[in-house]
Design a protein around this ligand. Structure first.
Ligand code: PGA
Length: 253
């Protein structure tokens, strides 16, 4: 059975002290009531928090993730943080291609492919985000948009490397808007994504691929979305900033 995951993307929120408290509170909730079997929990705090948060979490209960990484391995890239640096703080997974990175920081398909390669080379799991904007959804071209994102940044990988990838489908119109994709909309495109992966890598690898839904997911709607056969969990933004609420989402399977 493929792995299910609930991952929290804290974005640019909390200072170190508040981040340590949030992570510690989540740890306590998970000690009191562990995640269901086969459900992994991950959190992606800001870079500045990673070292400290790594000290307060049990890696058997919470996987430490980063929100981004540099597209180069090291060198004169002022302000960037490399995958190697992240790895040294205890990070095991990295979000790549979040729509906010694509939109505000102009990250293109080729840059994202480089980040994916570096993550995999460093034995880190990429949580690769894809998803269409509202105009694309209204034009009915969401499948083509997502297909291009996957083909241009992921499908150069060989079978073994692709097996490390986690995909997060995040319709941009649902991120932080309170407008959540309907469970049927999520299922439809998740199934399509899995079919693309099956065509490229075979049914075995496609069947093992974890595909998360992201976009205004919270405890009140998670169970219904997660009940869909091709939805394997969530990438959670706003609702991940409240430990109790995030923990409720973890228990939604
Ligand atoms: P949201 O963000 O849950 O606040 O909509 C999700 C994301 O951007 O990963």
């Amino acid at each position: 059975m493929r792995k299910r995951i609930v991952a929290g993307n804290w974005k640019m929120n909390t200072d170190v002290a508040a981040g340590i408290k949030l992570a510690s509170d989540l740890m306590q909730f998970l000690r009191d009531q562990p995640a269901p079997e086969n459900v992994g929990v991950a959190i992606a705090p800001p870079f500045t928090h990673l070292t400290e948060i790594n000290k307060v979490i049990d890696p058997a209960k919470i996987c430490l993730a980063a929100q981004n990484c540099a597209s180069e391995a090291n060198g004169a890239y002022t302000g960037e943080v490399s995958v190697g640096m992240l790895k040294a703080t205890g990070v095991m997974a990295v979000i790549i291609g979040h729509s906010e990175r694509r939109a505000y920081f102009k990250e293109d398909h080729a840059t994202l492919a480089k980040k994916v390669d570096l993550a995999i080379k460093n034995e880190m799991r990429p949580i690769f985000c894809c998803g269409e904007v509202l105009e694309e959804r209204n034009a009915g071209i969401q499948n083509q948009v997502v297909e291009k994102q996957l083909k241009e940044s992921l499908f150069h990988l060989d079978n073994e490397d692709f097996s490390r990838v986690i995909i997060a489908y995040e319709p941009v119109w649902a991120i932080g808007t309170g407008v959540v994709a309907s469970p049927d909309q999520a299922q439809e495109i998740h199934k399509y994504i899995r079919s693309l992966v099956a065509a490229r890598y075979g049914a075995g690898i496609a069947g093992e691929l974890t595909i998360l839904y992201g976009g205004s997911c919270k405890s009140s709607n998670a169970a219904e979305i997660f009940s869909k056969p091709d939805v394997d969990g969530g990438l959670i933004g706003g609702a991940a900033l409240d430990a109790a609420e995030f923990h409720r989402i973890v228990l939604s399977f």
